[in-house]
Ligand binder design. Structure first.
Ligand SMILES: [Zn+2]
Length: 95
């Protein structure tokens, strides 16, 4: 999968990278990205003024505000395959 990453504290270190898909289990949600927002926080991180990478990682994945189509959802969730949802993702994706 493609991800946008930055090295926190390093101005204009943003780049597009290829990363392996995260492992899935019965509680996983699979979403096809349709659009990605860039907010003020992302701009501050890209400028080098703000942000931190997850423990053990050198880079931080951007894109916590996005729109996607649900492809697979846990059976006990309120989400249904085919729905379009907006997401605020704050879970760290380690490098
Ligand atoms: Zn934001």
């Amino acid at each position: 999968m493609k991800v946008i990453t930055v090295e926190p504290g390093v101005r204009d270190s943003v780049r597009l990278e290829e990363r392996p898909e995260p492992p899935s289990d019965s509680s996983s949600l699979l979403v096809q990205a349709l659009a990605l927002g860039v907010c003020g926080t992302d701009r501050e991180i890209i400028s080098g003024a703000y942000g931190a990478a997850p423990a053990g990682a050198a880079r931080l994945v951007l894109g916590h505000e996005s729109l996607g189509r649900v492809l697979e959802a846990p059976a006990d969730s309120d989400l249904v395959s085919g729905w379009q949802e907006t997401f605020e993702a704050f879970e760290d994706i380690a490098a």
